[in-house]
Ligand binder design. Structure first.
Ligand SMILES: [Fe+2]
Ligand SMILES: [Fe+2]
Length: 244
């Protein structure tokens, strides 16, 4: 738990402008990365997953998800606009020109199992990160996260259902297990470096609740029973990890 995050409450843009530079800088970085990530999510669903969707139902799901990720982008962009930051330039960028999540992990998804794991494993990590932001000391961020979280629960649930279907046969389960090795490593890395001083600053200012390593361990604890319930094993191989 945090030392003093409960005490910090920044109600609106006016109050934000009176906060110290460190708070302002951290918040802008966090929200810019989040907002850009939402836009990349819309691109993932339209450019990567829609073409590989096996039927009309799944193609429709991709369209719905893309619309929801765009809505999340718009919400983030509005909060940034409130503090004088324009994000329209992001709409013109191609994925590889983006600053934050270049989602290399997503670019390397070539099949439907990868798409299922993206939602079941990857979006669950994003959901955890947004859950922390839903308790942000900056009220406009906390408010913005409420509808976003509802959508993201649906995204994770859909990934879980596809995996569950695939895991009904021994062959399918073996394929999901093989895909999980890569997806797990990419996802654990999403939480960032364990020794990051910045992650501690975020916690001190109430912009996050957990440091990178605390958030990663919490995610592992939450996700492990969901993985094992499908008859899968949590990968132990750390050779694919970048941040430990
Ligand atoms: Fe989203
Ligand atoms: Fe999502």
């Amino acid at each position: 738990m945090t030392e003093n995050s409960e005490k910090i409450e920044v109600r609106d843009a006016e109050a934000f402008k009176k906060m110290p530079d460190e708070y302002q800088e951290l918040l802008v970085h966090q929200l810019r990365a989040h907002t850009e990530g939402e836009l990349t999510g819309a691109d993932d669903y339209t450019e990567i997953f829609y073409p590989m969707a096996p039927n009309a139902f799944e193609k429709r799901v991709c369209c719905e998800r893309a619309a929801e990720e765009m809505d999340h982008y718009i919400r983030g962009a509005q909060v940034l606009e409130g503090i004088g930051i324009d994000t329209a330039y992001m709409l013109k960028q191609r994925i590889l020109e983006r600053e934050h999540y270049r989602t290399e992990g997503v670019r390397r998804i070539h099949n439907w199992i990868g798409r299922a794991l993206f939602s079941f494993i990857g979006e669950a990590a994003v959901l955890n990160i947004i859950e922390e932001m839903a308790q942000s000391s900056y009220k406009p961020i906390a408010d913005m996260c409420v509808p976003v979280l509802m959508d993201e629960h649906g995204h994770v649930g859909h990934g879980y259902r596809i995996c569950r279907e695939l895991c009904q046969s021994a062959e399918g389960r073996a394929q999901v297990q093989a895909g999980l090795t890569k997806a797990w490593a990419v996802t654990l890395d999403l939480f960032g470096r364990s020794n990051s001083e910045r992650s501690r600053q975020y916690v001190r200012w109430g912009l996050r609740r957990y440091t990178n390593e605390e958030a990663r361990q919490r995610y592992i604890e939450q996700t492990t029973p969901r993985i094992t319930s499908l008859g899968l094993k949590v990968p132990e191989d750390v050779s694919l990890r970048k941040f430990l």
